[in-house]
Ligand binder design. Structure first.
Ligand code: COA
Length: 164
């Protein structure tokens, strides 16, 4: 069982450790990078809390005059918690928050060789919009994926308690 809640500064070291497990060293964030993204004025970081941290997501909402889009920085689920709806619960809670803020579009980058993540995002209705060459270290390209948000998010599969 896990619940989705907002980030608190005491989470930083656990989120850093989880990011190191989720990504190869060339792609994982340094502690300073992670802290920078989390502490940006327009960031929203959600945490899936089980006995320990099961996952987290960071999204930024760039502050433009029209302020209509969000950018997903990362989505990390601990290996022991994968395929149990944690990523989906984070995504759903994040989308609900963005919709409450009247943000209607979200964009992300995902490595071309990260097929599980691409399937995850597609299952939420994200569509490929382009490709950025050598976006990741090691000359790995990124797919740019986008989604128009609507009130109809994917239904919960169970396991998650109330959203943040
Ligand atoms: C991608 C990731 C966030 C998915 O989180 P998760 O909690 O395992 O996802 P869920 O259990 O909510 O899965 C939802 C759907 O995504 C898809 N999916 C998730 N993991 C998948 C996998 N390994 N292979 C294929 N499809 C997968 C499935 O459609 C799944 O629905 P189903 O369980 O009904 O088949 C997780 O695997 C992860 O943290 N990976 C490492 C970090 C990463 O790559 N993050 C994204 C980088 S941009």
């Amino acid at each position: 069982m896990f619940r989705i809640r907002e980030y608190a500064p005491a989470d930083l070291s656990a989120l850093y450790a989880l990011d190191q497990v989720c990504f190869v060293p060339e792609i994982a964030y340094s502690l300073e990078e992670l802290q920078y993204f989390i502490e940006q004025r327009d960031s929203l970081t959600l945490v899936a809390q089980a006995e320990q941290v099961a996952g987290f997501s960071i999204v930024e909402r760039p502050h433009t005059r029209s302020r209509y889009f969000a950018h997903l920085i990362t989505m990390d689920v601990a290996p022991a918690w994968r395929k149990q709806g944690v990523g989906s619960a984070l995504m759903r809670a994040m989308e609900i928050r963005l919709l409450e803020e009247r943000i209607s579009r979200i964009r992300l980058e995902v490595a071309v060789d990260n097929l599980p993540a691409q399937r995850f995002y597609r299952s939420f209705g994200y569509e490929e919009r382009g490709r950025v060459e050598a976006y990741y270290p090691g000359n790995v390209d990124a797919l740019v994926m986008e989604k128009e948000l609507s009130a109809a998010t994917k239904p919960a599969k169970g396991g998650a308690e109330a959203s943040a």
